[in-house]
Unconditional design. Structure first.
Length: 388
């Protein structure tokens, strides 16, 4: 399993690379951009490198939770900090978060980068709404303008895609929902980082694209208990170390289509968090190998289920006498938490993620009011005297 021991192997590969050997001769499968990012680990003791990576992951996690849970707390009139801390405690109970922190993965950092783009898209939508009502542009500095308008949307996904190819699915989602500026920014950022890696390490980049990328399988055979993707489920059902390719491809294409269609519907309804969560779950489900650290999008899925339950309980249109209102999403959130709070058991985590991909609710936003382009003159109820 990829963990601190593999981090030690990666560090050894980086040390050998700096000494003139081949980077991928020691079992490393990280893309060249991620390998270059980890180069400082070659100059540190293993414990220090692992601790710094864990601290960076924790920082990315709590910044992401502030963006995900903060608006929910504000909607219900709660203080943001206690809600974020409670959500962080819940996150630390989940196997995907524990595996990422304890085993030395980069996935929490990648998760934070993708959520940063989610924040940018949210601020961009808010800026467009504000411009509808207040066309005048406030005078502020470049950095403040960048933050206020969310102009960096796509950069986080682009950086994450250069370090983990599976994140490219988010670029496809941005194109599917016609968020062209963010999609082009993400694609351009990825291309720039990949090209930069080719310039810095042409031999390592060619080796990764030619030999490592086509055969990435760091976590053992497909039927390994740690593989909680559709391919792993099929391999265990067929009692084989490999997965039936045609069956896997057929169901993978179907799941991918379902995930992207539902993500587009959630985007149309104004729930970008649910849309990103569905894309993340779809990517984990259809990947050849998905270990616990690649199922981090379970966390926002649990938050969405809890929020959906509270919304149903506080919906004034629902009769107050129904004590079981919202019990369904709340029970689902509790069940998902239990499933992912323990090490993977058989196919249960994978099936749970696939069920969430097909049944995760989204929360429709209030319809935005648009200011009319030109106000027609009002006709008085009592007409005035005509001019002679």
């Amino acid at each position: 399993m990829y963990g601190v021991s593999t981090l030690a192997a990666d560090r050894q590969a980086l040390i050998a690379w700096l000494s003139g050997d081949e980077l991928y001769a020691y079992g490393m499968s990280l893309p060249p951009a991620a390998a270059i990012l980890l180069l400082p680990a070659a100059a540190m003791p293993l414990a220090v490198a692992g601790g710094m990576l864990a601290l960076a992951g924790m920082a990315a996690l709590f910044l992401a939770l502030t963006a995900l849970a903060g608006p929910v707390a504000r909607r219900y009139g709660r203080a943001r900090r206690p809600v974020v801390l409670a959500t962080g405690a819940l996150a630390l109970l989940l196997e995907p978060v524990r595996a990422t922190l304890g085993l030395g993965h980069l996935d929490l950092i990648l998760f934070g980068l993708v959520v940063a783009d989610l924040v940018a898209l949210r601020r961009s939508a808010w800026a467009r709404t504000r411009a509808t009502w207040w066309p005048s542009t406030p005078r502020d500095g470049r950095l403040r303008h960048l933050w206020r308008t969310g102009s960096w949307a796509g950069a986080g996904i682009g950086i994450a895609s250069a370090m983990a190819p599976g994140t490219l699915l988010f670029i496809a989602y941005l194109a599917l929902t016609r968020q062209w500026r963010a999609a082009l920014t993400a694609l351009g950022t990825t291309a720039a980082l990949v090209a930069g890696a080719f310039v810095v390490a042409p031999g390592a980049s060619a080796a990764w694209f030619g030999t490592v990328l086509p055969g990435i399988d760091r976590d053992g055979p497909f039927d390994s208990p740690t593989n909680q993707s559709l391919a792993g489920v099929l391999a265990r059902l067929y009692d084989s170390a490999s997965t039936p390719v045609m069956v896997w491809l057929s169901f993978a294409v179907l799941l991918l289509a379902v995930g992207l269609i539902r993500a587009r519907a959630a985007h149309t309804e104004g729930d970008e968090i649910a849309a990103f969560t569905l894309v993340g779950l779809a990517g984990a489900a259809v990947a050849p190998v998905s270990t616990a650290n690649e199922l981090l999008w379970i966390l926002p899925a649990i938050l969405i289920l809890i929020d959906a339950a509270v919304r149903r309980r506080t919906n004034p249109r629902r009769p107050a006498v129904r004590r079981l209102t919202g019990l369904g999403p709340l029970s689902a959130a509790a069940a998902v938490t239990v499933v992912f709070a323990v090490p993977p058991i058989g196919n249960i985590p994978a099936i749970t993620a696939i069920l969430l991909l097909n049944a995760l609710p989204w929360r429709p936003a209030a319809p935005a009011r648009r200011r009319p382009a030109a106000l027609s003159p009002r006709v008085p109820a009592i007409p005035g005297p005509r001019a002679s």
